[in-house]
Design a binder for this molecule. Structure first.
Ligand SMILES: *Cc1c(COP(=O)(O)O)cnc(C)c1O
Length: 402
């Protein structure tokens, strides 16, 4: 079976809601993936930071196999012997008091919106159905109807209305705008510490500290969406640590399973998740023993194998080497840890063709917003791997070809 055969199948039978690069992958190990024709590539996307621990990490894989042979799903109608241990370990690691496990990132976001609304009515005494959540321009929090309703990306919303009310949008990185948007009915501020999908947009220094203090002052729940930035991606366990703050609620997902299983979680102080009563919320698969066992292993290897330190070190190196590339095509290069964005001038005709060039030569990455390429390899990447990638990346970024 060749590449074109699989592409034709996808095109014929699948909804066309993605425009993938035409590479058909079959196998992955560490930072490397192989296509159906046996060609090897360095993965510089890591499934949007879900594969931080590297493809098919042996410890996570083995844990998954063993758990599959024991017990996979009970539903939350019964208890299981993995859920409590997962709670205990993730709470200890992230200094959290309460956890609510879900499956996808979008579900974690939906969950927290329900929680802060109920918190607003029950604890803050906001009048019925008046709760407001403040969010940022160019946010990305997922693809459900409620979430896309507060997106500022036209295509994301186009022809999908009507949307859920109760959201207010302010510019990202502007603490004063937050202060000005707050009303007595504001219950929460939902924000990404670094906007990943928007193109690795890093807020000004001190922003997180400022929003932390504003939320405290006005009795508003600060929710950090760390689904992409969390679990080591930026060189810290959570990106909030770069400014030494703690959110009231943190959302994690993606790398929580190392890419082996869809798992997300809402991590919260006692007060916010404390508002949920039996029957308020749920998910058939959320918190299942397979998910919990996989997540426990994924967190364990992240810490024990010092992947976060490596992300900090290798991120610094990768970023400085990329910044050393002199190119008339590049407008700006920015990043934190191994979350790096290269922004091209809009008149180069989009970054998609550059991604195709890189793919041809063995480096997989994907453009975001037409003219930005995100480099986000697994956190286990070595200096040798980065040097190998740079040999390919450098000429493409400099000239648009190799
Ligand atoms: C990927 C992502 C989500 C959505 O996660 P899904 O698992 O795709 O639903 C939400 N927020 C951020 C910041 C993300 O990067």
């Amino acid at each position: 079976m060749d590449t074109q055969y699989f592409i034709d199948l996808e095109d014929r039978f699948g909804a066309h809601n993605y425009k993938p690069l035409d590479v058909v992958l079959q196998r992955g190990e560490g930072v490397w993936v192989w296509d159906v024709e046996g060609k090897k590539y360095l993965d510089c996307l890591s499934a949007y930071s879900a594969v931080n621990q590297g493809h098919s990490h042996p410890v996570i894989r083995q844990t998954m196999i063993e758990q599959v042979q024991k017990l996979t799903l009970t539903s939350r109608a019964f208890r299981n012997d993995q859920l409590g241990l997962f709670y205990k370990e993730i709470c200890a690691l992230t200094n959290t008091h309460k956890v609510l496990p879900m499956n996808s990132g979008a579900e974690a976001v939906e969950t927290v919106i329900k929680a802060v609304r109920k918190w607003g009515y029950k604890i803050k005494k906001v009048p019925k159905d008046q709760a407001e959540v403040i969010v940022c321009e160019n946010n990305f929090h997922g693809r459900t109807i409620s979430i896309i309703g507060f997106s500022t990306n036209e295509q994301t919303k186009d022809k999908f209305g009507p949307f859920t009310p109760g959201f207010k949008i302010i510019p990202f990185g502007d603490a004063e705008a937050l202060e000005n948007a707050i009303t007595p009915n504001t219950v929460a501020f939902l924000v990404e510490p670094i906007q990943g999908e928007a193109g690795v947009i890093i807020p000004p220094d001190g922003y997180l500290k400022k929003i932390r203090s504003i939320c405290e002052q006005h009795n508003i729940v600060l929710i950090l969406d760390e689904i992409q930035t969390g679990l080591g991606r930026t060189g810290k366990l959570l990106a909030e640590e770069h400014e030494g703050i703690e959110a009231d609620v943190t959302l994690i997902g993606k790398a929580l399973s190392g890419g082996l299983y869809p798992i997300s979680a809402v991590l919260s102080n006692t007060e916010v998740l404390g508002v949920f009563m039996p029957g308020d919320h749920g998910s058939t698969f959320g918190g299942n023993p397979l998910a919990c066992a996989v997540a426990r292993a994924a967190i364990k290897v992240l810490i024990e194998e010092k992947m976060i330190d490596n992300a900090a070190k290798m991120g610094k190196y990768f970023l400085s080497q990329l910044k050393g590339i002199k190119s008339p095509l590049i407008k700006e290069i920015r990043g934190k840890g191994l979350l790096i964005g290269v922004e091209f001038f809009p008149d180069i005709g989009g970054a998609h063709r550059l991604c195709e060039q890189l793919m041809e030569n063995g480096v997989l990455c994907k453009e975001t917003h037409d003219h930005i390429i995100r480099f986000a390899p697994p956190l286990i990447i070595s200096k040798e791997d980065i040097d190998w990638a740079l040999e390919i990346i450098e000429p493409v970024l400099r000239t648009g070809k190799i």
